[in-house]
Ligand binder design. Sequence first.
Ligand code: 2M8
Length: 435
Amino acid sequence: MKEKLVEKAKEILDANFQEGGFTIPCKGLYPFQWKWDSGFIAIGLAYYNVKNAKAEIETLLNAQWENGFIPHIVFHNESDTYFPGADFHLSKLHPLASKEYRSTGMTQPPVTGFVLQEMLKIADDKKDMLGFIKSQIDKVYDNHKYFYSNRDINNEGLVYIYHNWESGTDNSPIWDDIWKTMNPPEYSFERRDTTHVDASQRPSKREYDHYLHIIEIAKANNYDDVKIAELSPFLVQDPLFNAMLIKSNTALIELYEKIGNNADKVAQLKSWQEKSIKGFNAKLYDEELGAYVHYDLRNNKPIRFVSSSSFSPLYAGIPDKERAAKLVKTMMDKFGGEDKYLCASFDPESDRFNPKKYWRGPVWINLNWMLYYGLKDYGYAEISERVKQDSIALIENDGFYEYFDSRKEIRKTETGGYGGNNFSWSAALLIDLLH
Ligand code: 2M8
């Protein structure tokens, strides 16, 4: 069974790999290169196709802007199966945008640092992989420098995101209260996602109005970071995003130490890291909820909901042992019942939970993958093993879907896999989990 699943996963990754040297997340639905998808995909590829794994990362980093920014989507081709595309985002408005690649003017969680480290762990030929990393690592460092120089506006070691698409958890109920502070125009546009996937599993038209409106504001200001920080109605410190940055800092420090001769960069990374971990624990932990939460910088208040992002700091070594124990208890109490697969993307006890709709409740394999390793590192062998086995079972029973229903019993009458099928990061991370 294991061999068959891995074989199928490889077939999916191979079919989604494109001539331009990158992998689409899913045929039709997502026809370009996405930043954090690319990272997870490269991990899977590293097990059996080192050439493609390297190409994946190199292609993404080639689209980096002169200020170190790495965009969330790189529009390598002219596909019109996706909205909003290159002509809407207009990255060229920013003076330092890539001249060669069209992209969005927003980013996504900074996973590339820890992905490079994973690739080194996986590679048989360590010398060759370290050589590759040496050729790319400064770009990732520059990306971190971009974040700390432009997005830590209060100098507290925490960077902001200015759009829900930057979070990766696009329509999470976390953002609902922010939408209530906005009243965007009703744009007319042609959605493409709902031609590929059941509309009830995707964000609503009105939600898309909000998403587009934030971009219109950023575009009117040529994607200038200072202006965005001043004017964007959405300005959030996201625990998942910041945990990814911290995890990648650790990876960059260890990789630079292996490479040698980079004492200045190592010192800088260590200083960012110290401040970030301190700021993170001081500001984003909610004692009463026993979980990390988002902070709404625009409206100056914590967003007090528990989601799978709340537990992602385990993957980055952020909580101390005592706090980690509280996090695990919260996770198991709310998300961990025997009738459920771990780990729903949003609090199943909340009235905002929706088990079928995108980031409002379903299980996502990339978050599970992080939780598996995080829990394991903190010594929760049994629970981490359950996260792993649940992830495998979901894919085995339902298929290589984009997201999954956490409720076991619904499978008596229907399938529990939703969104796009033959989804690349579900395939790539399964290869890692089964290794
Ligand atoms: C989803 O997001 C895109 C926008 O970026 C969309 O809905 O059109 C999210 O799940 C995101 O995290 C992911 O990177 C992307 C591609 O898989 O799809």
